[in-house]
Design a protein around this ligand. Structure first.
Ligand SMILES: NC(=O)C1=CN([C@@H]2O[C@H](COP(=O)(O)OP(=O)(O)OC[C@H]3O[C@@H](n4cnc5c(N)ncnc54)[C@H](O)[C@@H]3O)[C@@H](O)[C@H]2O)C=CC1
Ligand SMILES: O=C([O-])CC(=O)C(=O)O
Length: 264
């Protein structure tokens, strides 16, 4: 059996969980982990057999998976694509930056390869992207998380998140703006919009809600296909309350599908 040699970019809450799930995988081997200097020790501990590097190695890698954050797309994914290595991306919100989607496409064309944006913490991306072909009239996305998940974000400006006693809308606007302002919390807003009506026409609401313990994502779409409403109640990862566990499973699914003879 051919074993796909994987480079993992980022080794935080998602990356370490991905490593754990892939440990017993016979078709995929994480041979390199790309992290900044401060992440080297944690990466070495998480995968003692892998090479820990500051760049994706130029050879010996069949597939790259990014679970690091917006900056890693420009820094690591673009050069890997240009060299011809296929890349799987979790930080989809990075594509809200002007010109980055075009740069990714150009790099993939130059490398004769492909960049895959995973669904991550949200479902129904297949239905939405298919519905778009018939024509969509409206797509609304609401992201609701416990107050602690909004720590370290602009949601803290002018309010004490610990003191919230009722649900509070912290953002209302376009997916482009949401993804830019909340790079660790609104990747899903970007994914929904890229699959549907685009970054500027997708209506986004972000809510801090002391009554929820989960990350609750809602998508409502209408178009020529009919309509759907989806609600996900995602368990957050213990290592990062901003991030849903489903994101890990979505990344592992994407990796396993690359190695599988029958993909779903
Ligand atoms: N598509 C989706 O549904 C979701 C996407 N995400 C994306 O995944 C990212 C990672 O999430 P977590 O693992 O929870 O975050 P985390 O903060 O726990 O881990 C981030 C890791 O990436 C490393 N890192 C940071 N900047 C880097 C760079 N420029 N190059 C290489 N490594 C770098 C850090 O050292 C750390 O190991 C988020 O920032 C977000 O962009 C997160 C949740 C859902
Ligand atoms: O993991 C989640 O629930 C969603 C998330 O953080 C994002 O969209 O960036």
């Amino acid at each position: 059996m051919t074993v796909l040699r994987v480079a993992l970019i980022g080794c935080g809450a998602i990356g370490t969980s991905v490593l754990e799930l892939l440990k017993s995988d016979t078709a995929l081997a994480v041979v390199a982990i790309v992290v900044p200097e401060e992440g080297v020790a944690a990466a070495q501990k998480a995968a003692p057999g892998a090479q820990v590097a500051s760049r994706v190695p130029a050879s010996g890698i069949d597939l790259v998976v990014e679970t690091a954050g917006h900056a890693a797309i420009e820094e690591h994914v673009l050069p890997a694509l240009a060299r011809g290595t296929p890349c799987i991306v979790a930080s989809v919100g990075a594509l809200s930056a002007a010109g980055l989607a075009e740069k990714l496409e150009a790099a993939a064309v130059a490398g004769r390869t492909q960049v895959q944006l995973i669904a991550g913490a949200i479902g129904a991306i297949d239905a939405l992207a298919a519905a778009r072909i018939g024509g969509l009239d409206s797509v609304r996305y609401t992201g609701r998380k416990p107050p602690q998940a909004w720590k370290g974000t602009p949601a803290e400006q002018g309010r004490d998140l610990d003191a919230l006693t009722q649900e509070t809308v912290i953002f209302e606007g376009s997916a482009r703006e949401a993804a830019k302002l909340y790079p660790k919390n609104a990747n899903v807003a970007a994914t929904v919009s890229l699959a549907g009506l685009g970054l500027d026409k997708t209506l986004v609401r972000l809510i801090a809600d002391p009554a929820v313990a989960e990350n609750v994502h809602t998508v409502e779409a209408e178009g020529a296909f009919g309509s759907f409403a989806l609600t996900m109640r995602n368990k957050p990862l213990a290592a990062n309350p901003k991030t849903s566990a489903l994101t890990v499973y979505s990344a592992v699914r994407a990796l396993r599908n690359r190695a599988a003879a029958l993909a779903i």
